[in-house]
Write a protein that binds this ligand. Structure first.
Ligand SMILES: [Zn+2]
Length: 442
């Protein structure tokens, strides 16, 4: 019989959430010191430290906490004690705290809190549950208070957000001793770029060209990336640059109407006329982006294709050409980076959708139609093997919905490497060829 290892070791779990730390939370250094002293008073040392920076106590999927639980729940673990500075460090969700601690108790691990040194008896357990509920209540109350405080700050003309929108900076203002609010002021360096973008957009031909000109002039976004078509469009649509910031526009995943938002007057970077002109031009130039138009049906290979040069995903690119008064639409797949940011970011490789679809679907049909399957189907249907193969190919390649169904079921990803396509099947699918299938374009 094997003896279970003795759980004599102590570990600590330290956590700060960025929002709390800004207010009054104990820093990691202070938590570390307090936890170390506490262990010392109990004649123990902290053998290992688990540090979770910038995570909320209501988050059940904190990576470091998950790792800690995984480690100590191992039957071979020698950890018997987890020390936290305060029960709220472990969790701000009472149910989660109960479940996790009960699992730990089952394997003989206790969670001790420096700030609430509780007796190891039923009264201690009761008090611990009580503290967990308070931690959750505090966290919920904080959320409500924060939202109300933000609304009030906007009413008083302060910017309650973190990052200023492009073109602006935040400046701290001490409204009462110890209470700091922020005002939004024009950031002259960025404002020059904003004016440049508007002047390019109203005089040149659309967001993609603007993005490319910016790249050629060496302009970068705040994060150091090249300006993309979408970034240009989102900037010219942002009312703050014309003097009104709407607070609370994004709401969950959706977007509130401007009339439902609080507005904050800021110093305009562009005049109202230019802003309105850009808006009007946008509606004319980028019709696919104006609201009210139904989303295009996904194309056969949408979402699966990746660029072999920059590993960005591929997207559809359409162009219309008029020949003798008739509008012909051409459809291509191309690298998203090449398409949105320009060849400065990735040279891309443009490929007609028809050509790529047929090449991939044809290869797919051949893969599914392995000789044993053809034989089985031929026997079952009474058709000749060649007829089975033909019918199968026609079904997969000529019916987009069926083709897409098979593609989604069987293919993990498609990489475009020049004129060579590499198809990676989904793991476990019975495609009777190697790991990857290379297709050469005609
Ligand atoms: Zn690319």
């Amino acid at each position: 019989m094997t003896r279970k290892p003795e759980r004599t070791h102590w570990v600590s779990y330290l956590r700060v959430s960025t929002a709390e730390q800004a207010e009054r939370e104990l820093s990691l250094t202070a938590q570390r010191r307090a936890v170390g002293d506490f262990a010392g008073r109990h004649g123990a040392v902290i053998d290992r430290e688990y540090v979770e920076p910038g995570a909320s106590g209501t988050d059940r999927h904190r990576p470091v906490l998950t790792r800690l639980l995984g480690d100590v729940l191992q039957p071979t673990s020698t950890v018997g004690t987890i020390v936290v500075h305060h029960t709220s460090r472990f969790a701000r969700d009472a149910t989660y705290a109960r479940v996790a601690k009960s699992k730990l108790r089952d394997v003989g691990v206790r969670v001790l809190s420096v700030s609430q040194d509780l007796p190891d008896d039923p009264m201690g357990t009761l008090m611990e549950g009580f503290f967990e509920c308070i931690d959750q209540y505090e966290s919920e109350l904080n959320g409500i208070r924060t939202a109300a405080a933000m609304r009030e700050a906007v009413r008083q003309g302060y910017y309650p957000g973190g990052r200023a929108p492009y073109g602006f900076s935040t400046v701290p203002v001490e409204v009462h001793p110890g209470v700091v609010r922020h005002r939004l002021v024009v950031n002259e360096t960025e404002a020059d770029v904003v004016r440049e973008i508007f002047s390019l957009y109203v005089s040149e031909a659309g967001s993609k060209v603007v993005a490319r000109v910016l790249a050629q002039r060496g302009r970068r976004m705040r994060n150091g990336e090249l300006w993309s078509k979408d970034a240009v469009l989102s900037l010219i649509a942002h009312p703050a640059v014309a003097g009104t910031l709407y607070w609370g526009r994004s709401h969950g995943r959706g977007r509130r109407d401007d009339s439902e938002c609080l507005s904050l007057a800021v110093e305009p970077i562009v005049d109202a006329k230019t802003f309105a002109l850009a808006k009007e031009l946008r509606q004319r130039r980028e019709p696919s982006r104006s609201p009210g138009r139904a989303a295009a049906k996904p194309h056969v290979l949408s979402g699966l294709i990746h660029c072999g040069k920059c590993s960005s995903t591929y997207q559809l690119e359409t162009s219309g050409k008029r020949v003798d008064g008739t509008l012909y639409r051409y459809c291509y797949y191309n690298c998203r980076r090449a398409n949105r940011t320009g060849v400065e970011a990735c040279p891309g490789f443009r490929i007609a959708t028809e050509l790529l679809d047929q090449a991939v679907l044809g290869a797919l049909a051949d893969m599914i139609c392995s000789p044993p399957r053809v034989t089985r189907l031929a026997t079952a249907t009474g058709f000749a093997p060649d007829q089975v193969r033909e019918a199968w190919r026609a079904l997969v390649t000529a019916e987009p919905d069926i083709g897409r169904g098979y593609v989604l079921h069987l293919i993990e990803r498609i990489d475009i490497r020049g004129d060579r396509i590499v198809v990676t099947p989904r793991a476990g699918e019975r495609i009777e060829r190697g790991e990857e299938i290379a297709i050469d374009l005609p």
